[in-house]
Write a protein that binds this ligand. Structure first.
Ligand SMILES: Cc1cc2nc3c(=O)[nH]c(=O)nc-3n(C[C@H](O)[C@H](O)[C@H](O)COP(=O)(O)OP(=O)(O)OC[C@H]3O[C@@H](n4cnc5c(N)ncnc54)[C@H](O)[C@@H]3O)c2cc1C
Length: 488
């Protein structure tokens, strides 16, 4: 690049720094907006391109005739003080502390969620409880005597820690339902990150022996919990409105990125449905799904897109329901882990808590993990509603006449599916992306990771800081370490 070739001259250095202080950001979800916020406030000239007419992406809020719906309950649960302070300072009136109430419906009863420690056994009927308990005990004794045999597969990782009975009764149906695939295809990393094995031990010590432990369980319970009044989409709306008012920021909404044109070494322009944006010597930060973004790169030999095509996602369909009564479930959300229910979670929004519905009413949001093309994905809104209603009203009292209206939405690329070899694939992908000297791929879909709104905000900031510190070329090493625990 011209800027690196003449870096010995002070004049050239100054010019290169000036030129490099441009960034084109693809996608106006939380990650893209957070990166834009940092860069714009550092004086960068920022262009944001978003395919939808509104911002927010997965963390958007749908305004349906004054009723507001999030795509699933967006509780803000975090221990990241930087992010908490950032939002607390910016939007104190809507960023409010709140402890949500959850329950799990399993084995025909409502149980406290998360179901941990001794409660797991008490949820079961007598015979199953005995079987599960002895299988668990035997597994733990074996693990104590012989150690736990390592494995790459999630099912084996769980069975070697919890026993076969618990796996069959509890884990298998939930995992298969949430990720829409056989758990044997998934990586043990899912277990390491999502299943609180240490916490169970601490929990038992705390609950049964009343020990006051200090460890992972306490750490998690000490995370702070917030909600955003009027819907999580208020965060992106706020960031967007402030950014759009800045002289050094341009935002193009309703423009789908179709091509990242390259000279083989860097991205030189971005082509949307209606314009071409010169990147000059600036940087491109993509938060698009990595499979799409890699397909859009021109002059590529196809290796990158082929690798990204091996990454799998689970999609989610959601059903929004307007209800003519102040509450139905009484809690904020209920999980349904068993396969007989097509939905895995239902969240309730009441007027007094969120002000997202008219007074005297509430709304329900049902989430259905699905693969695109599944029966659940393809059925009409009415068919999905008719499938759902009997399951739900069999548990919670809800008269059909009180349902004022319903509609569905489709969320593609919702959950990254961590298959056994995903880390190896990611390493290869990011090595190739780093071959383009001015391209970052970040965000939940751009980095194929499980961040929530807090993590997406932090990642946007991290990427912005990384590129400000190293304007000469992109490098995903730090981000891969922080967000995937991958060493490169
Ligand atoms: C069902 C569900 C429940 C969740 N619950 C919670 C929760 O309780 N708490 C929490 O903190 N987080 C939750 N999350 C996660 C949270 O929504 C995400 O982590 C966050 O929104 C990710 O932001 P992002 O900017 O990385 O990605 P996205 O929001 O996906 O942003 C990507 C943007 O790129 C745009 N785009 C895509 N293709 C193109 C193109 N070709 N051209 C231009 N633009 C394009 C998209 O429209 C989108 O706006 C949940 C997510 C889901 C799916």
């Amino acid at each position: 690049m011209w800027t690196t070739r003449c870096k010995t001259s002070p004049l050239c250095l100054e010019m290169s720094t000036m030129k490099n202080r441009e960034a084109v950001i693809l996608g106006a979800g939380i990650t893209g907006l957070a990166a834009a916020w940092k860069l714009a406030h550092a004086g960068y000239s920022v262009t944001i391109v978003e395919k939808e007419d509104s911002v927010g992406g997965l963390a958007g809020t749908v305004n349906w005739d004054g009723w507001r719906f999030d795509y699933g309950p967006h509780n803000f649960h975090t221990n990241d003080q930087n992010v908490i302070e950032f939002y607390r300072a910016l939007i104190p009136d809507i960023f409010l502390e709140r402890k949500p109430t959850y329950e799990l419906y399993i084995f025909d009863k409502l149980m406290p969620y998360p179901l941990m420690g001794a409660k797991v056994f008490f949820a079961l009927s007598g015979k199953k409880m005995t079987q599960a308990f002895f299988s668990f005990l035997l597994t733990r004794v074996r693990a104590f005597l012989n150690g736990i045999e390592p494995t790459d597969h999630l099912d084996e990782w769980i069975i070697r820690r919890f026993g076969k009975v618990m796996y069959a009764l509890y884990f298998y149906p939930y995992i298969e339902k949430l990720w829409r695939t056989d758990p044997h295809r998934l990586s043990k990393v899912v277990g390491e990150k999502k299943i609180p094995i240490l916490r169970i031990r601490e929990y038992i010590r705390r609950e049964i022996f009343q020990y006051k432990t200090k460890g992972a369980f306490d750490d998690l319970t000490q995370w702070e919990s917030f909600y955003v009044k009027h819907g999580v989409g208020e965060i992106s709306k706020f960031l967007y409105e402030r950014l759009a008012a800045m002289d050094n920021v341009r935002v193009y909404l309703g423009e789908e990125v179709q091509t990242l044109a390259t000279d083989g070494k860097s991205i030189i322009s971005i082509k949307t449905s209606s314009r071409s944006i010169d990147v000059n010597a600036g940087v491109v930060i993509s938060t698009l799904p990595i499979q799409l973004m890699t397909k859009y790169i021109s002059n590529s030999d196809g290796r990158l897109a082929a690798l990204a095509g091996q990454l799998e996602y689970c999609s989610v369909r959601v059903l929004f329901m307007k209800v003519r009564c102040p509450r139905v479930m009484g809690n904020d959300w209920t999980y349904f882990s068993e396969n007989k229910f097509p939905f895995n979670r239902v969240s309730e929004y009441r007027y007094d808590k969120f002000e997202m519905v008219p007074e005297g009413h509430c709304s329900l949001t049902f989430e259905y993990p699905a693969n695109e093309g599944d029966a659940l994905w393809m059925m009409s809104d009415k068919e999905l509603f008719e499938l759902t209603y009997p399951h739900f009203s069999g548990i919670f009292k809800l008269d059909k006449a009180d349902i004022l209206d319903y509609r569905t939405a489709y969320l593609k690329y919702s959950y990254p599916r961590f298959t056994v070899d995903y880390q190896k694939i990611l390493k290869e992908i990011f090595a190739l992306i780093d071959g383009y000297s001015n391209l970052y791929s970040i965000g939940r879909q751009g980095m194929f990771c499980y961040v929530n709104v807090d993590g997406a905000t932090a990642m946007g900031f991290d990427a912005a800081e990384e590129l400000m510190a190293h304007p000469e070329r992109t490098n995903h090493r730090l981000l891969l370490k922080k967000y995937h625990d991958i060493n490169v």
